[in-house]
Design a protein around this ligand. Structure first.
Ligand code: AMP
Ligand code: ZN
Length: 462
């Protein structure tokens, strides 16, 4: 099946041709670990998680790298404010990030390089850029000299004149051109520091943000690789500068062939962000909703479109999953057969990750289960639904365990609910229908819906 992807570099949808079809390589800019990830970050990581899943379905080998930025001004600031050592802030936040992304059902990347363990590679790359005349040292800094790269600005489609005009305010005196950007900067007292690259002279400093992704992608994926991704806000300056560093250091025509950017998760039209304070952390939503429902809500819009966040969208996604897991449960006690991924689901995803279309194809499969006349047709429809949803990373758990999920602090756990269902059954047997109805109403008041079917009574949370 041919895969087409929208490439920000060319502003068009293109057929994807891997450099080596035997081994596809994907790099995604990961989190800066100083605080909980919000659900906007999770949207971007969910989009690229889906891309990694699809690539792994289509190609024999895929390396998906997503870095951890564990040296950054925000981390230093957080540590200074709270008194918690930097290493502890970054280790704790990385563990939280892993727990949250696991909770949402994302696959771990194959490689997860941390900036602080790649300082040597960054220093070497900086020295190469200075040797080749693309960078210079000034007052303990090393800066990339933007005018040295004639086609700088191709990704964001900005001309150098525009960049110079845009950078007028507060240009540091040591910059040769206002558009030049930092590769290395001196460490102030109390800040983490590493020995300078040789080109910066003696002393200690730390890397700028952009150089880490250039150094780590080269180390783990090579000087040129297939796909580079991140949120829309990374196109400029981060990705533009990554491209400048990598191409100039390696002398390559491109850094990655395809550049993909996900749209923003917004709240009432504004980008969800830490600085605006208009965010929900993944952690707090995971207390309230099943991770699978949050992720389905995040994938419900096409990844390049903005998606306005509401909790109602997650509640709707939960209902969808109730319906799909309901199909698996109704398909009987024998495990649902394995089936190939239905063509309509695969086709939708291969068209630049068209998740709305893929999800509507899954709805159709759930409908076809209910319309099916024979037991064999029903089992085939359930198997197709499971395989299609499975490609997107859904319906991976037992239906019973899905329906047993409870929000944090829920009054009723599964054992209590099942005891109440048994009591209702006993009451019915004893023809005490008033009591049976009371139990049902009592459960409903607590958000538990009972469904009587040929295989007995099942329940779900409303
Ligand atoms: P950060 O930890 O701030 O570097 O962000 C990690 C990733 O989340 C980057 O790829 C950002 O582009 C992305 N991101 C940040 N805010 C949003 C948002 N509101 N919607 C979608 N992606 C976002
Ligand atoms: Zn990056």
């Amino acid at each position: 099946m041919a895969l087409t992807l929208y490439n920000t570099l060319t502003r068009s949808k293109e057929a994807f041709t891997p450099i080596d079809p035997g081994h596809v390589k994907l790099y995604v800019c990961g989190p800066t670990v100083y605080d909980y990830a919000h659900v906007g970050n999770a949207r971007t990581f969910s989009a690229f998680d889906l891309l990694a899943r699809l690539l792994k379905h289509l190609y024999p080998r895929v390396t998906y790298a997503r870095n951890i930025t564990d040296v950054d001004d925000k981390i230093i600031e957080r540590s200074h404010k709270s008194g918690e050592p930097i290493d502890s802030v970054t280790a704790r936040t990385t563990a939280q990030f892993h727990a949250d992304m696991d909770g949402l059902g994302l696959l771990r990347p194959d490689v997860e390089p941390r900036a602080t363990t790649h300082i040597g590679q960054m220093r070497a790359m900086i020295d190469t850029l200075v040797e080749k005349g693309f960078a210079y040292a000034a007052e303990g800094h090393v800066l990339f000299h933007v005018p040295a790269m004639p086609d700088y600005g191709r990704l964001s489609r900005r001309s150098q004149d525009e960049l110079i005009a845009g950078a007028r305010v507060e240009v540091a005196p040591y910059k040769r051109s206002p558009a030049d950007f930092v590769l290395w900067k001196p460490a102030k007292a109390g800040e983490p520091g590493w020995d300078n690259p040789a080109s910066a002279g003696p002393g200690q400093g730390r890397p700028g943000w952009h150089i880490e992704c250039s150094a780590m992608s080269a180390m783990h994926l090579g000087a040129m690789f297939d796909i580079h991704g991140g949120g829309l806000d990374l196109i400029f300056p981060h990705h533009e500068n990554e491209i400048a560093q990598s191409r100039c250091a390696h002398g390559t025509p491109v850094m990655a062939n395809v550049w993909m950017h996900s749209g923003f998760l917004t709240i009432a039209g504004d980008k969800m962000s830490k600085s605006l304070g208009n965010f929900y952390t993944a952690r707090e939503l995971l207390d309230e909703f099943p991770g699978e429902a949050i992720r389905l809500a995040l994938l419900s819009a096409h990844y390049r479109q903005p998606l306005d966040f509401t909790k109602d969208k997650i509640a709707q996604a939960k209902q969808t999953l109730d319906r799909w897991y309901g199909v698996l449960r109704a398909a009987g006690t024998a495990p649902v057969d394995t089936a190939p991924v239905p063509a309509e689901v695969l086709q939708a995803l291969c068209d630049d990750l068209n998740t709305p279309l893929a999800i509507s194809a899954l709805h159709e499969l759930a409908n076809s289960f209910h319309k099916a006349g024979t037991e064999a047709e029903k089992r085939a429809a359930a198997a197709a639904l499971k395989a299609g949803a499975g490609l997107l990373g859904f319906l991976g758990q037992e239906a019973e365990s899905w329906f047993r999920w409870a929000p944090k602090g829920a009054d009723l756990d599964a054992t209590a609910i099942e005891a109440a269902i048994q009591a209702r059954k006993d009451a019915r047997k004893a023809k005490n229908f008033a009591e049976a109805d009371r139990i049902r109403a009592d459960l409903l008041a607590q958000g538990i819906v009972l469904e009587d079917g040929p295989q007995g009574t099942s329940w779900k949370r409303a």
